[in-house]
Design a binder for this molecule. Sequence first.
Ligand code: NAI
Ligand code: MG
Length: 353
Amino acid sequence: KLYKIAVLPGDGIGPEVTKEAVKVLNKLSEIDSRFYFETKEFNWNSEYYLQHRRMMPENGLEQLKKFDAILFGAIGDPRVPDPVSIWELILPIRKQFQQYVNLRPIKLLRGLENPLKQEVPVDFVIIRENSEGEYINSGGLMFEGEKREMAVHNTVMTRQGIRNIAEFAYEYARENGLSKLTNATKSNVMSYTMTFWDQVVEEVAAQNKNIAYEKYYIDALAAYFVQRPESFHIVLASNLFGDILSDLGSAIVGGLGIAPSGNINPKGTFPSMFEPVHGSAPNIAGKGIANPMAQIWSAALMLDHLGRKDLHDAILRSIEEVLMEKKVLTPDIGGNASTVEVGNAIISKLKME
Ligand code: NAI
Ligand code: MG
């Protein structure tokens, strides 16, 4: 099968790290005669916006639809307001392509030290609802004359939405041999939405009795992330809770230069999109010192999603080898190597088992 991959490098360090990820894909297709892919690059970024007053062409989504997956760098430029780049590019893709799962591995790679200096293996995934909940952008304001007096922000949780994400989480657990699911909730206080969330999640849990189920209030869970991160396998969370927990999670395993993510349409009706957690980092853009590992790991998640877990594993092994040698690292993780040098080091380690 020939995989068709749309590449959107974006702004700032996005193109720098995306180039390294594409080099990794090229090398894989050299060493694995069964892996074919082609890429098409789309320069829909802030430069494009400054020329055309839009982040992508009118038929942009139509063009992307034909691909098997999207590899996204990062978007954001000081000359363009952040809400424009986010609401006109990233969010339309997530919404239109029904990428209702946000998948974030929280794994302490070999060779990296937990910033809390704990000698424990950390290896779990956060599965975040990516399409509804607290982030539906609906609400209202009440004014007294010109003055804002009250604001309401609505949360909408649907049975179908909760079922979809819970079913994905259990499916993911089964496929990856994970034995426990942790539900992040706050049903003690948010007695309409979160009690409904718990109820539907627990209906799905009841159909998956071979996987242990536990539930924690989000505040306590945040503390456990720090105190005993080794005890989690899958953490299932709503849109807002998952957003916050995943940044906390990435901080306990090496930071933004490492953290990958996937925006997944599990039904395969539209392409899924893979991107590093970090943004366009204007403060280091153009210096050639961005860590490409988060983007390369995101490309690995993409291959896993496309059915090639073996290629995903090969990439992770190479990243870990480079980390363990500690010779070729970017400044964010204590080295003085360049983006390209780290990319090349990872490529030089790639081999199939
Ligand atoms: P950021 O993630 O771009 O940078 C935060 C800090 O982490 C900076 O000090 C940066 O130098 C560092 N950093 C990030 N990635 C790194 C890497 N690969 N290697 C080494 N250091 C790295 O977040 P910030 O500064 O809040 O946002 C900058 C721009 O990026 C904004 O326009 C924002 O809207 C956008 N952004 C875009 C995202 C996306 O495209 N999905 C996600 C987050 C932010
Ligand atoms: Mg976030």
